[in-house]
Design a binder for this molecule. Sequence first.
Ligand SMILES: C[S@@+](CC[C@H](N)C(=O)[O-])C[C@H]1O[C@@H](n2cnc3c(N)ncnc32)[C@H](O)[C@@H]1O
Length: 292
Amino acid sequence: MFELRLMCPEDRVESLSDALDALDALSVSVEDADAQTDAEQALFGEPGMPAPKEGWQRSRVIALFDKEDVAREAAALLQAQDFFDTCQVLGINAVPDQDWVRLTQSQFAPVEITPEFWIVPTWHEPPAQAQQVIRLDPGLAFGTGTHPTTRMCLRWIATHAVPARVLDYGCGSGILAIGASKYGAQEVLAVDIDEAAVQSTELNAEANRVALVAGLPDKAVGVFGLVLANILATPLKVLAPLLCSHVEKGGQLVLAGILERQADELKAAYAPYGQLTFSDSEDGWILMTATI
Ligand SMILES: C[S@@+](CC[C@H](N)C(=O)[O-])C[C@H]1O[C@@H](n2cnc3c(N)ncnc32)[C@H](O)[C@@H]1O
């Protein structure tokens, strides 16, 4: 494989990517050319908030070709285009063959939740001390156990009495729903606004021999002894009345996706329903819980 590396300003990324596609590039990736420098720009925003910017000031565009002469021809053709005047060819180089599957797999090791409870990818054997295991591979949906917010929710599940009925609101991969089931829940409902997450949850539950129901949020009806929601502060505030309406009287609400500095806003949003309190923290993220 050969990669053609280019530099372009924000307003040319789309034309350049489209042209590379038309020139038979196998893939095109776009990176912040100023990443890891003082000029690096974050492009993400919280759900419900506009992204701070649509693109980076300077992008490095990398196109993969199967033959060197095709990459060279593409570079020559691009340089002849009007839109390319503010772009630049950085070079063409050979990409060494790699076992990409093995490389990706090597980045996902078993994750310890408690000494007895582990999240283990299918290409690993569970550690000897693991008594409770969720088998899970990284996929399209969030929730592999590598993020602190997921780990804190799972740790809560593993160290508290899990009631019979549990709702996982924003289930992603279904990891919390599966964890709740492994720790004693008998009826588990997992919902997400993303269809891909619903499908992942169903597949992961099946792979872990866990019975649960997954669906879009309108499937969430009734009350539960435990409602888990690992989303983000802004949607959690908007969802406060809805999430609390699904907690049975005296039941537990467990919220994650909250940064330390957002604790007070969350407490205020949930105050009409219960007293949210700090329960755990990891890497600047906190877990907040309430009895409703
Ligand atoms: C951070 S992931 C958490 C996934 C998993 N529960 C975990 O703990 O790892 C948040 C999930 O919430 C979903 N989500 C975001 N906003 C939502 C909403 N308003 N209603 C339902 N799900 C939502 C997202 O699609 C995403 O799958």
